[in-house]
Design a protein. Structure first.
Length: 463
């Protein structure tokens, strides 16, 4: 790609640029985040998004089969022979009239973008193909990440499937769902369980990468976010290239919301869309840094001149009060989101909003998603719970078109699902007291029956 693609600091007061093949997780000049940027005037870009439909006719081509790289003209940092794909992005946008009344929307208004169909079972594969491609370009040998689970599973999956890099994974002790940990172990990733939470693991992996030269795969990596833009391209594709009114996504480390905003900024600049969907970022009340810092402290993008004092003061007070993230939605159990400033940019450009929902609301929404025949991990259901809240607040209108991003597969965290549906109320409240879960509103408990036909038929007839 030569000088057509490069890296640039997101801070307009710095705006330093760096070579495409530099391995950087932050701006060496000022310490801010970096973007992958392009000289679009010197790159071939289709006149219409409908151009990409032609790629469905050549699905035997690995890049056209990929749900990320079939949009490669919109992610143009790598030559075709440099791209590493394992067939990621085979996901679907599903209209859900059955779930719409629960959210408070009219039939035909609610859509679920189900990223659980990726090879590792979560949206992370979209980003990992971008990061692995850049790692291949720079000749990296070992990749590392901090993870609440999905990043580790995706990293280990790509490392095993490609044979390109060794995988080293940092997780907090006891802070990863077994469904996700089992993937990292099965794929052969070297898993380091440290005494701490995700924020601790994130700090340590950055130190380790600087010390050893390991390639960092977390969403600080701008090329990971380039891959995650493709989720929005597929959403638009599923809607016949007509942008929705709203895109609702879970918060966490804020990589998705940052990538989605960048996707819409670029598509609008290129004239490929005229309508900008509004983005809502939904946290758990147990890990609600972005909600507090935006809604309570008034932090904004401010044309890139973000007030660092607000952020520093917030984190200082958080440390003094020893506030630790605590939520049943383990994938978004993060207090220090690394993409905070990029998420502020997304909120600014899309006229977006931030909300937090309780773990009770998350698990109830998760159960309702399951009743629609899809199923998702708890963090995914934050998007549905958030859409419901925004309808109750009348921020979203009843006939607006809403896309909720379901980030991970149901089997990522089967323990939460089984506890919700099987435990009697007093046991459930005791088991999940840390998450303030009191009742399984939409519980589907197994019905006991003795080993005889009459008992079984009676159980079948039980309401």
């Amino acid at each position: 790609m030569g000088d057509h693609a490069y890296q640039q600091c997101i801070n307009p007061q710095c705006a330093a640029t760096f070579d495409l093949r530099d391995v950087l997780s932050e701006c060496p000049t000022c310490g801010n985040l970096l973007d992958a940027q392009y000289d679009w005037d010197r790159m071939p870009v289709p006149d219409s998004l409908s151009f990409f439909e032609s790629r469905w006719a050549s699905r035997r081509h690995p890049l056209d089969f990929s749900g990320v790289w079939r949009f490669r003209e919109l992610i143009p940092f790598a030559a075709e022979d440099e791209i590493l794909t394992i067939g990621e992005g085979q996901t679907m946008l599903k209209r859900s009239d059955k779930l719409a009344p629960y959210v408070g929307l009219k039939p035909g208004s609610l859509f679920l973008q189900y990223e659980g169909l990726n090879l590792s079972g979560s949206f992370k594969d979209n980003g990992m193909t971008g990061a692995f491609t850049h790692a291949k370009m720079v000749g990296a040998k070992t990749a590392a990440c901090a993870s609440t689970g999905n990043t580790s599973a995706s990293l280990a999956c790509f490392a095993a499937a490609s044979g390109l890099l060794d995988a080293v994974i940092f997780v907090g002790s006891g802070k990863i769902a077994y469904g996700k940990l089992s993937q990292a172990l099965d794929y052969g990733g070297k898993t380091i369980q440290i005494d701490g939470d995700f924020d601790d693991a994130m700090a340590r992996v950055q130190e380790a990468c600087k010390e050893t030269g390991m390639y960092l795969m977390n969403s600080l990596n701008p090329f990971r976010l380039e891959g995650q833009k493709a989720i929005m391209f597929r959403v638009l594709e599923g809607l016949g290239w007509d942008p929705p009114d709203w895109v609702i996504c879970p918060g966490g480390n804020l990589g998705n919301s940052s990538a989605f905003g960048k996707a819409f900024i670029e598509l609008h600049r290129l004239g490929l869309i005229t309508k900008i969907p509004r983005i809502a970022i939904i946290n758990s009340t147990g890990a609600d840094t972005l909600t507090r810092i935006v809604n309570d402290h008034g932090l904004t993008w401010n044309d890139g001149h973000v007030d660092d004092t607000v952020i520093d003061n917030f984190f200082t007070l958080m440390d003094e009060q020893n506030r630790r993230a605590k939520t049943i939605a383990s994938a978004i159990e993060i207090n220090r989101p690394v993409n905070l400033k990029k998420a502020l940019r997304t909120l600014d450009f899309t006229d977006g909003v931030v909300r937090a929902v309780s773990d009770q609301d998350i698990l109830d929404a998760k159960a309702m998603v399951g009743r629609c025949g899809i199923g998702c991990e708890p963090a995914s259901a934050a998007s549905v719970a958030g859409a419901k809240l925004l309808r109750l607040e009348d921020v979203i209108g009843p006939d607006e078109r809403v896309v909720c991003i379901l980030t991970g597969h149901q089997l990522k965290d089967p323990n939460a699902t089984v506890h919700y549906h099987s435990l009697p109320p007093e046991e459930l409240a005791k088991k999940m007291t840390d998450y303030q879960i009191q009742v399984a509103t939409h519980q589907n408990r197994p019905i006991p029956a003795t080993n005889d036909l009459d008992s079984i038929l009676k159980a079948i007839e039980e309401k």
